[in-house]
Every structure is written in structure tokens, then in C-alpha cells.
Design a protein around this ligand. Sequence first.
Ligand code: NAP
Length: 230
Amino acid sequence: MLDRPYTLLSCALSIAGYLGSVAPRRLALSNDADLDRVDAVRASCDAILVGAGTVRKDNPRLLVRSKARRDERTARGLAPSPIRVTVTERVELDARADFFTTGDTETLVYVASQQVVDAGSRLGPVATVVDGGNPIEMRTISEDLAARGVQRLMVEGGGKVHTQFLTDNLADELQLVVAPFFVGDSRAPRFVSDGLFPWNPDRRATLAEVCQIGDVVLLRYALSPRFWND
Ligand SMILES: NC(=O)c1ccc[n+]([C@@H]2O[C@H](COP(=O)([O-])OP(=O)(O)OC[C@H]3O[C@@H](n4cnc5c(N)ncnc54)[C@H](OP(=O)(O)O)[C@@H]3O)[C@@H](O)[C@H]2O)c1
């Protein structure tokens, strides 16, 4: 078994590279056709990971929406939707959030070792709390997911999580969707924050596909040799 799952990072950006806005509500960047494409990608994965910031702001359900795709997974002996995964240091997560309560799928929460007991009492009824070490490294999460049988992991943001997967060289593929508008507020969350990225002016990533989907464009980057065997 490989030591970590094939890992696909997925996100939608405004033209200026922002992942969202400062408004309390989630910013819609994608369009219906692209959301359906993302649904197909979700259905092809064993687990989907988002950071706790995204759970708090967007409260995503991360379920496969299409009944046909859920049925196809069930026919293969899988749960209708992939395992949901999040990671938190502060454990300020609402156990009543849709992220924890909707759908018929397992939810994993990685917390630092010293938080396991507290997190278990708060989230134990709705999720499996996992000791992520101290500090929590994305590699530790990746390896633990692999040990749980996850072969294909989708990372759906936000920026802090994407940054760690990229700077830790744990990503095999990046699917970037660019929406046709600007967010003109530097307080808005960006795709990545500061860090040393394996792809830089001296080592350019490989652009594997460009696809127009209505008014957005999908850019697919191959970030590791595993991309070509996927
Ligand atoms: N456009 C898109 O495709 C897309 C997708 C997803 C999200 N978003 C947007 O992105 C924004 C959220 O992004 P974000 O960067 O602020 O947050 P994020 O990456 O979703 O989550 C960051 C949080 O995750 C936890 N975390 C991350 N790494 C950790 C580690 N190594 N150890 C322990 N905990 C760790 C911490 O949670 P605690 O604070 O709980 O300790 C941290 O504050 C929202 O505005 C959302 O709408 C956009």
C-alpha cells in the first residue's frame, strides 16, 4: 500500500486569486456545470478534507449530490459519499453543523494530541476524533488516511490547508477554477499564504489540461508523476 493517498487539490478563485470574500456568507465562484463536475470528482474519491475555517464559514455538507453517482458508489460497496475530514487546533466547531450531521457517511476530525479528550466530549457523538500529533502535520493526516483505506483524497480548501499540502509536497494534482470577476478586498482569503512551494520560477508545474466550462475555466496541473498513472 502507498504511504499516502493520491491527493487532488480543488478550488475556485476570483480572477485576482481570492478564494472568497469578507462577507459572512460563502461566495459563489463556480457555476452549475462546474459544480456538477466537482460532484463527479467527489464521487471518485474516498475522502474529502477541508480546514476548520471552511467548516465554520461555509458549513459544507461535502455529500455527493447526484443520486446516480451515489447509487454507483453503493453498488461498488462504498458509502454514498466519501469520508468527510477536517483538522482543527482550537476545536471550535459546532457539533450541530451540517458538516457533521447530514448524510450517511463517516466524519473524521484530526486534533492535536492534547485536545483529544476535550474534542471527544464535544464532537464524539457526531464524528471520529483522531489524534493528529503535536503539531498536526498534513503528512500525518495523509498517512493515517491511507492506513484507513483512503486511496484517493480530495482537498477542498481553504487556503491554510491548501498551503500546507502544497508546501509539504503532498499534492499530486491541482484543479483550479477561475471565475470571471474580481474581489477587491485584500482582507479576503487567498488561495495560498506564505511558504516555500516546490513549484517556483525554477521548477514550473506541468499544465495538463485547460477546459472552458461556461463562464469559468478549469486549469488542471500535474504536480507529481502519480498524476499520469491516476
Ligand atoms: N473557493 C473555494 O474553492 C473555497 C474552498 C474552501 C474554502 N473557501 C474559503 O476559504 C476560507 C477559509 O480558508 P482559511 O484558509 O481561512 O481556512 P481553512 O484552511 O479552511 O481552515 C484553517 C483552519 O484549519 C485548522 N488547521 C489548518 N491546519 C492545521 C494544522 N496543521 N493543525 C491544526 N489545525 C489546523 C485551523 O483550525 P482552528 O482555527 O479551528 O484551530 C485553521 O484555523 C473561507 O472564506 C471559505 O469560504 C473557498
